[in-house]
Design a protein around this ligand. Structure first.
Ligand SMILES: Nc1ncnc2c1ncn2[C@@H]1O[C@H](COP(=O)(O)OP(=O)(O)OP(=O)(O)O)[C@@H](O)[C@H]1O
Ligand SMILES: [Zn+2]
Length: 640
């Protein structure tokens, strides 16, 4: 018997004829073809799924090859899903694998598109995409297996609407935050300098031009503190000058020195003038470009004796010059090495700006940005008497990298298939959330699934898939139709993501088309009962079928129309709520471009009259101001 036939015999014997036959007809969506995805693709091909769609937005990086075994060196820079699909097709030529190079959040992957799949398997690496797929599967009632690994740890969770917890039922750890003053003025650990470099300095130099000078002129007109404005203006003008130099052809050499003088010398000198700040801490040392280059720079004795680095290495007597026998990235860099790296990385980034790249932000796999963050955070560390880090260590810290372990990915990919089989078989009592843990005595821990959390803002909504033509569908019409006759009299507010589109006292948008409100396929319209008696209705928009008559209604609702059940009062606020400040910053960028302006701007006082609306917005992460005088607590920097 051939190997392929033998494999089929074993799979049939293990799964049983019926399940085996079902797999051959089941369309499975695998989202992500990275570490877990490659292992998973191999598994779903070998277990006998007949139709596999593999979606990933990325291309292959050299650093993927140690564990993403479907890729070879010749494949670097090629599309992950295309290469993975071709490699895995050899395992079973009878399986149809459809690779899609794209972002799962793109609008064409709407609920109707999702509904073609019998099951969805996540092999993703970020919360945002996981949340999106979870919501789509809730809307389309599609079984989902969610997974993740971090070093030796792993988790697999089967999810089925109304039967189990969804991905958003349980709170996720929030991002790490640091006080702004620590990052801006008083760093004491390498991570503070890395965050400063990656999240602040890179943005100031290579990010969007925020016209800070214009904003300050405006603030002055509004009567803000003149002295403070003058200081801020000076700062903004200084940054504006270096930004200009970075964008001027052939000025990149002088630009690097200009940046250095500003951030490592002048700014430090200015900070030293705030004597109060340095009463109980070691003051920083302004750096000197030429002196470092000439090897003449000397730190004051006090800082050196406290363990701070000396000119060409560490002052603790162990190392006075960097070792050269280690790998390039793991080599310790001297002060002068860091300065040279700083100059060369600024030059390379300036050349990119001049070639037309408008914004450059940190990416651990972009050598120019990694060199810049390595050099600038280390120079700052030197100035503040903090031990510098190697490029390798900075890549780990700045990129939030936890080393990936191929074995963990392989185990998790196997567990995903086991849970997928439970879901497809309908063996709900056999389903387990499985944890791979760092406990030699119990490496695997399987726990029964929990029912949905009653307060979940995602899986407790009543989803209604709607096919519609957004250019002809009016907001008021679709909301009325979705409420149906039974709930026609209810007072509701309507949202798209964080935007308020209407509420009981404000119906200006009801006569507008969805398209004019920038609501298109792939998006959700949430209809919230103001009395909080009924669950939220969530309309999942997709496009009309090609044969839809042009003179027929521009939208199709399911018949019978799903009815929102009575709402169970949540015991606690929705767990998935990220920290206030991070959400404030994550408001959709398109908000500004959307006409008309949102209700928030129209009438800020309205929130206090509508507690349900206020709570919902807060759950969504909007920071609501009760009065015009209230100020935002904005003194944190978020690490993503
Ligand atoms: N929104 C998304 N749409 C499609 N694919 C996504 C999306 N977000 C993440 N992915 C893919 O999920 C995969 C996750 O795999 P993995 O965690 O191994 O990441 P990686 O980028 O390959 O490795 P590393 O981050 O360690 O370099 C990646 O290939 C990534 O491109
Ligand atoms: Zn949920």
């Amino acid at each position: 018997m051939s190997t392929a036939a033998l494999r089929t015999t074993h799979a049939k014997a293990i799964l049983g004829e019926e399940l085996y036959a079902r797999l051959a007809d089941t369309k499975v969506l695998v989202v992500g073809s990275g570490g877990i995805g490659c292992e998973l693709l191999k598994n779903v091909v070998l277990v006998g799924f007949g139709y596999i769609t593999l979606l990933d937005l990325d291309t292959i990086d050299l650093s993927n090859l140690n564990r993403q075994f479907l890729f070879r060196k010749k494949d670097v820079k090629k599309s992950k899903c295309m290469v993975a699909a071709r490699a895995a097709a050899h395992f079973n030529p009878n399986v149809k694998i459809t690779p899609i190079h794209g972002n799962i959040k793109e609008p064409q992957f709407d609920v109707k598109w999702f509904q073609q799949f019998g099951i969805v398997l996540n092999a993703l690496d970020n919360l945002d995409a996981r949340r999106h797929v979870n919501k789509m599967c809730m809307a389309g009632q599609i079984p989902l297996v969610e997974s993740g690994t971090a070093g030796y740890l792993g988790q697999v969770q089967p999810i089925l609407k109304d039967k189990t917890e969804c991905f958003d039922c349980v709170p996720k750890p929030t991002q790490k935050t640091f006080p702004v003053c620590t990052i801006r003025s008083t760093p004491s650990q390498p991570i503070h300098c890395i965050v400063w470099s990656k999240s602040y300095l890179m943005g100031q130099l290579f990010g969007e031009d925020e016209d800070a000078v214009g904003e300050l002129d405006e603030a002055e007109k509004q009567g803000e503190n003149a002295q403070e404005i003058a200081n801020l203006r000076k700062e903004a003008q200084a940054f504006s000058a270096v930004r200009q130099a970075l964008r001027t052809t052939n000025a990149q050499d002088s630009a690097a020195k200009m940046v250095f003088e500003k951030v490592f010398k002048t700014d430090v000198q200015n900070l030293l003038k705030m004597t109060d700040m340095w009463r109980s801490r070691e003051p920083p040392v302004p750096l000197d470009f030429d002196a470092i280059m000439n090897g003449e720079f000397v730190f004051p004795a006090k800082q050196r004796s406290s363990g701070a680095p000396a000119v060409n290495g560490h002052s603790n007597g162990i190392k006075v010059s960097p070792s050269t026998d280690s790998l390039k990235d793991q080599r310790e860099l001297s002060l002068k090495d860091n300065l040279s790296l700083f100059v060369s990385s600024v030059q390379r980034l300036a050349v990119r700006l001049q070639a037309g790249e408008e914004i450059i932000s940190f990416d651990k796999d972009d050598d120019d940005t990694l060199d810049f963050v390595t050099a600038s955070s280390n120079l700052r560390s030197y100035a503040y008497g903090i031990t510098p880090k190697t490029r390798w260590e900075i890549k780990e810290l700045a990129g939030n990298i936890i080393p990936a372990i191929a074995t963990t990915n392989a185990i998790v990919a196997g567990l995903i298939v086991l849970q997928a089989l439970n879901l497809l078989r309908g063996s709900y009592s056999s389903m387990r959330t499985t944890l791979l843990q760092f406990k030699p005595s119990v490496p695997l821990n399987a726990v029964g699934t929990c029912p949905p959390s009653p307060g979940c803002g995602i899986c407790r909504d009543t989803y209604i898939p709607v096919a519609c033509d957004p250019s002809r569908t009016l907001l008021g019409d679709i909301v009325k139709a979705a409420l149906g006759e039974e709930h026609a009299g209810r007072e509701v507010s309507v949202y798209e993501d964080k935007r308020v589109l209407s509420d009981p006292d404000w119906d200006d948008n009801n006569a507008r088309t969805l398209q004019s409100l920038n609501i298109t396929r792939g998006k959700f319209l949430n209809i919230v009962d103001e009395d909080e008696e009924r669950a939220t209705i969530s309309l999942a928009l997709s496009s009309l079928p090609a044969d839809h008559q042009p003179d027929a209604l521009p939208f199709i609702l399911p018949d019978p129309l799903p009815k929102p059940p009575r709402k169970v009062k949540p015991p606690a606020p929705t767990p998935a709520t990220p920290p206030r400040s991070s959400l404030k910053r994550s408001a959709p960028p398109s908000d500004d471009e959307i006409e008309p302006s949102s209700k928030r701007i129209k009438s800020s006082g309205a929130f206090s009259q509508s507690p349900s609306k206020k709570r919902r917005l807060e759950e969504d992460g909007l920071v609501l101001l009760e009065s015009a005088n209230e100020t935002l607590n904005d003194d944190v920097i978020i690490i993503d």
